[in-house]
Design a protein around this ligand. Structure first.
Ligand code: PRP
Length: 178
């Protein structure tokens, strides 16, 4: 496996698993007696959704969306293109968007608007990582795993040019300037 870009470990494997368990518990308590419809955003959320969902104690369904920004960076326009949409309706469902990271917030902002228009019973956001320093829009974030500094991070689903997603921990890129 490529290793040359792996810098300081930001969240160790054990801490990730522990926190994901806590989030699953919190969600299970909040949705007690109800069902949740998880909308995982590809590809970064793949390990998070798998670990989170396996620890939920409430009935849950999952579907996936894949989105891409127009232009080089999401931040350039804030306009997001849907590459893969949900397979089914979310009308009257309690929907939870599951993200690996919220950065500028433009992706989630778009998803919230797009999914709200489909009339879910409720719509909330769960992100493993929150890079609040980079936020460009104010967002309601119901569940946050970790607040992280403004550093490029890889692992546990997060990539550098599509590599490093398989790391079981979250690491900074090597040699990042402060
Ligand atoms: C990442 C992440 C969010 C988005 C966050 O996805 O999964 O969807 O960027 O950025 P924002 O808050 O600035 O909009 P990415 O486009 O890297 O795709 P990937 O998950 O397939 O790696």
């Amino acid at each position: 496996m490529k290793r040359d870009a792996i810098g300081k470990i930001l969240v160790q494997q054990d801490d990730l698993q522990h926190r994901v368990g806590e989030l699953a518990q919190e969600i299970s308590n909040d949705y007690k007696g109800e069902e949740v419809f998880l909308v995982a955003i590809l590809k970064g959320a793949m390990f998070f959704i798998a670990d989170l969902m396996r620890q939920l104690q409430i009935p849950a369904q999952v579907d996936f969306m894949s989105v891409a920004s127009y232009g080089a960076a999401t931040g350039s326009s804030g306009v997001v293109r849907i590459l893969k949409d949900l397979d089914s309706s979310i009308e009257d469902r309690r929907v939870l968007i599951v993200e690996d990271i919220v950065d500028s917030g433009l992706t989630v902002n778009y998803l919230l608007r797009s999914l709200q228009a489909r009339n879910p019973a409720s719509l909330d956001v769960c992100t493993l990582l929150n890079k609040i320093e980079r936020r460009q829009v104010e967002l309601p974030m119901r569940y946050v795993g970790f607040e992280i500094p403004n550093k490029f991070v890889i692992g546990y689903g997060l990539d550098l040019d599509q590599y490093y997603r398989q790391l079981p921990y979250i690491a900074e890129l090597k040699d990042q300037e402060k």
